[in-house]
Design a protein around this ligand. Structure first.
Ligand SMILES: *Cc1c(COP(=O)(O)O)cnc(C)c1O
Ligand code: SF4
Length: 332
């Protein structure tokens, strides 16, 4: 009996085991880090609850209430303070829905909301107030028909939630579908899962992505160099060796990565893991994130500073999304 149980566990990929054992209780998280509630002003019953994989917690510094990884996941009472200009839906995505799970704002590219959930809840997330799990979510025949019908769409951008919450088998089926649409040439996958659970980059997934007729770009979301370990680098290195482009998108966050030193180290650590910096985003002004905001003027000054320290290809574009515009706005 026990043998059979152990066998079942061994057959399950490591990443789904990590997913079934997330830290979801604020008290547990603080215990793991040797911290107490009074250090921090935590919010124990946020509507966007704590959710973080244990491997990511292990990358935080024990006893450090200001750890940059902890700040990204710990619900704080400050999130409940109302702030002028911070709203539920700063990007007005509701107006850009082309079909169920398909969002189009920019020419030639559509977002495909492939999964509603994430392995981690990031406090700065612009989807934090969205009931994404509830509606318009399932990628259906209707979603794919909409992409098939529009010959101007050359790139499908899988988003979420986190699109790598889908299993490898799901991804194999989705790739088959997308590859059957002649005008789709590129697939981009925006994901934070390999950062918080590096074993998500299974060989099976890497093999399938590498074998695709589509040009595949994986955009990981790393905000701080401490998030990059050997296992992530192994996965991204393997993707790159097989011809997949791997880029990074970061969000500029107060108390996490708002110093030139950290941003320079981030670019260096990314490149060491074969990842190229793509965007450094200003925070979307979503309700509950005021305490993480870096003002635009300061962001531009930081960006100018890192340009003086890094080769051009390691300098991310400082960008911001403005509703109603035909592209993301580049600053600096
Ligand atoms: C960010 C985004 C894209 C991709 O923009 P790029 O500048 O190509 O990275 C596409 N569609 C939507 C709705 C987006 O928010
Ligand atoms: S993984 Fe991405 S979509 Fe999910 S909570 Fe974090 S930032 Fe938001």
């Amino acid at each position: 009996m026990l043998d059979r149980q152990l066998q079942a566990i061994a057959d399950e990929p490591g990443w789904s085991r990590a997913l079934s054992d997330l830290v979801v209780d604020v008290g547990d998280l603080l215990d793991l880090l040797g911290l107490t509630h009074t250090d921090l002003g935590v919010d124990v019953d946020s509507a966007f609850p704590l959710r973080v994989p244990r491997g990511f917690v292990a990358r935080m510094k024990y006893g450090d209430a200001n750890d940059p990884l902890l700040r990204q996941v710990l619900p704080l009472a400050a999130e409940r303070e109302p702030a002028v200009g911070f709203v539920e839906d700063p990007l007005q995505e509701d107006e850009a829905v082309l079909a169920p799970a398909v969002i189009q704002k920019y020419a030639g590219r559509v977002l495909l909301i492939a999964a509603g959930e994430c392995a981690v809840h990031c406090r700065y997330c612009f989807r934090r107030n969205f009931p994404y799990g509830q509606h318009r979510l399932r990628v259906s025949a209707e979603s794919l028909s909409a992409i098939r019908a529009d010959h101007t769409i050359s790139e499908v951008i899988a988003s979420g939630g986190d699109p790598l919450m889908l299993t490898d088998r799901h991804w194999e089926r989705l790739l088959d579908e997308l590859e059957s649409i002649a005008h789709v040439r590129r697939l981009r996958i925006h994901t934070r899962l390999p950062v918080v659970i590096p074993s998500r980059l299974t060989l099976r997934l890497i093999d399938r992505l590498a074998a695709s007729r589509l040009q595949v770009v994986v955009v990981v979301h790393v905000n701080h160099p401490n998030e990059i370990g050997a296992e992530l680098a192994q996965g991204t290195g393997e993707l790159v060796r097989r011809g997949v482009t791997v880029l990074n998108q970061a969000v500029l966050l107060a108390g996490v990565n708002d110093s030139a030193d950290v941003l320079v180290q981030l670019s260096e650590a990314l490149f060491a893991a074969q990842i190229l910096p793509y965007y450094l985003h200003l925070l979307d002004p979503v309700a509950g994130t005021r305490h993480l905001q870096v003002e635009e003027e300061r962001a531009c000054a930081l960006h100018a500073e890192i340009r003086d320290c890094l080769p051009g290809y390691l300098v991310p574009r400082l960008a911001r999304e403005v509703p109603g515009q035909t592209a993301k706005q580049w600053l600096a």
